[in-house]
Structure formats: C-alpha cells, structure tokens
Design a protein around this ligand. Structure first.
Ligand SMILES: [Zn+2]
Length: 76
C-alpha cells in the first residue's frame, strides 16, 4: 500500500500532539479530583539569616533551624 509523503509527515506531526493532549487531559482530570488538604504550617522567614522554613501555626516562638534565632511574630 503506497503512503503519500504528505500523509506520512502529517501523521508524524499529529501523533505526538494527540499523545500530549491525552496526557494533558489525563493529568488535568486527576488534578481536579484530588482533594484539597489545608495545611497547619506557615512559612516563616528568619530576621537574622533570612532563612525560610515551615513551622506549625500554634508554635509561639519557632526557632530558626539554621542560626537558632527565635522568631517573634509568625502570623504577620
Ligand atoms: Zn536564622
């Protein structure tokens, strides 16, 4: 069966696009079905060394893991 060159090039271009579209739709479908889980941690920046880290919301004076500084206001 002879295959036209234009048809062959069209298939070679369209097939990866169709596969990518399928992967994208599949990922989008599973991303929207994933339940939202609120976190209990907040991101805090150290005043001295400017290191960012996560700590629990109910901790009053979190300690910087890099320099050991106590951070006062974590809810600003
Ligand atoms: Zn620090």
């Amino acid at each position: 069966m002879p295959v036209n060159v234009t048809t062959f090039i069209g298939v070679c271009v369209m097939l990866p696009l169709v596969v990518l579209l399928g992967v994208w739709l599949y990922e989008e479908y599973w991303f929207r079905r994933r339940p939202f889980v609120p976190t209990t941690r907040v991101m805090v920046q150290c005043d001295i060394c400017l290191h960012h880290f996560f700590c629990e919301k109910d901790v009053r004076l979190p300690r910087c893991p890099q320099c050991g500084n106590l951070i006062r206001d974590t809810h600003a």
